[in-house]
Write a protein that binds this ligand. Structure first.
Ligand code: NAP
Length: 322
């Protein structure tokens, strides 16, 4: 029996299911099956991105599920993202259309600017141009100009909602000053070791939902060091999990949910997909929430390598405190 995931009301009135399936690093020939299993278990919100290279397989899976009549298009919440090599205003539409064609849909529910930093592409948009030191070259594009092109996708009925990802509050503020359509979400890394409280509260004060990515600390990342903690073995989370008859992963997801975030987590295994959606039948106490918040160590895990090589970009988002 499929569980029902609660929805959050966005600042434009649309509803977003509060829990979604992440698909970054889900391998080819695994991701389509994961999407089908997830939908079978009650997931309706699926997160992907042009740069993940899996939109086509996800699109095939969605096509099957929709043609089987298991769900209707309007019950699904499909999210994808404009990659950094498409941020020049004249490239936005073609970047979006590639995603839409891959997904084989007429519209997406949410389209995000993947990050504030535009990158120069090489021969193809998937190749980022580098200098002789191997450093990626930035493209001289202001994300505000990108935003104004992305807004046209809403006007044309191609994206129901639009938002940003990996933006700091000053960058969002610049968008809000000119926006015809406000960003509905800022999708950022959030978990017990990186709580982002100031940015979360700032976004909430502007009715911008924070979508928490890597809520399980990007478990299984190949660049993890042996000494680094595993969220599923954290002593505090273990004790809280035991009290509720839940797992550490479920407590970490519940932590995001009770802070008002939408949360996206990736798995390609049915048992974990089930475990991760089974988080709406218990509640953390205020004391538990405060104690989990105290685990914060401002540890950016998911994107640590990726961000490290983009620190000199003029729109690098993390020089700001939040
Ligand atoms: N906007 C951005 O820049 C950005 C950046 C990063 C991520 N994201 C999005 O956010 C999604 C989630 O983040 P993420 O993929 O980095 O990591 P995550 O959800 O924190 O962790 C996923 C990893 O944890 C494992 N896992 C899942 N459920 C588990 C459970 N119940 N117990 C133990 N292990 C479990 C998965 O393995 P198995 O698959 O083997 O089960 C996978 O390796 C991404 O997939 C992507 O869609 C966006």
């Amino acid at each position: 029996m499929a569980e029902s995931v609660p929805t959050l009301t966005l600042n434009n009135g649309y509803q977003m299911p509060q829990l979604g399936l992440g698909t970054w690093r889900a391998k080819p020939n695994e991701v389509g099956a994961a999407v089908k299993q997830a939908i079978d278990l009650g997931y309706r919100h699926i997160d992907t991105a042009w740069v993940y290279g899996n939109e086509r397989e996800i699109g095939d899976a969605l096509k099957d599920v929709l043609s089987d009549g298991k769900v209707k298009r309007e019950e699904l919440y499909i999210v994808t993202k404009l990659w950094a090599t498409f941020m020049a205003p004249e490239c936005v539409r073609s970047g979006f259309m590639e995603s839409l064609n891959n997904l084989q849909l007429d519209y997406v529910d949410l389209y995000l600017i993947h990050m504030p930093q535009a990158l120069k592409s090489g021969a193809s948009k998937s190749e980022v141009m580098k200098n002789d030191k191997g450093e990626e070259l930035s493209d001289d594009v202001d994300y505000v100009d990108t935003w104004q092109e992305v807004e046209k996708l809403v006007d044309d009925g191609l994206a129901k909602s639009i938002g940003v990802s990996n933006f700091n509050h000053k960058q969002i503020d610049r968008i809000l000053r000119i926006a015809k359509h406000r960003p509905v979400t800022n999708q950022i890394e959030v978990h017990p070791y990186l709580t982002r409280t100031k940015l979360l509260e700032w976004c909430q004060s502007y009715e911008i939902i924070v979508t928490a990515y890597s809520p399980l600390c990007c478990r299984g990342r190949p660049w993890a060091k042996a000494v680094e903690p595993d969220i599923t073995r954290d002593p505090l989370l273990l004790s809280i999990a035991e009290r509720h008859g839940k797992t550490c992963a479920q407590v970490a997801l519940r932590f995001a949910i009770q802070r008002g975030c939408s949360v996206i987590t990736k798995s390609v295994h049915r048992d974990r997909l089930q475990e991760n959606i089974d988080v709406f039948d218990f509640k953390l106490t205020t004391t538990e929430l405060i104690s989990i918040e105290a685990l914060n160590r401002n540890w950016m895990i998911g994107g640590e390598r990726i961000w490290a090589r983009r620190q000199n970009h003029p729109h690098y988002p993390f020089h700001e405190e939040f």
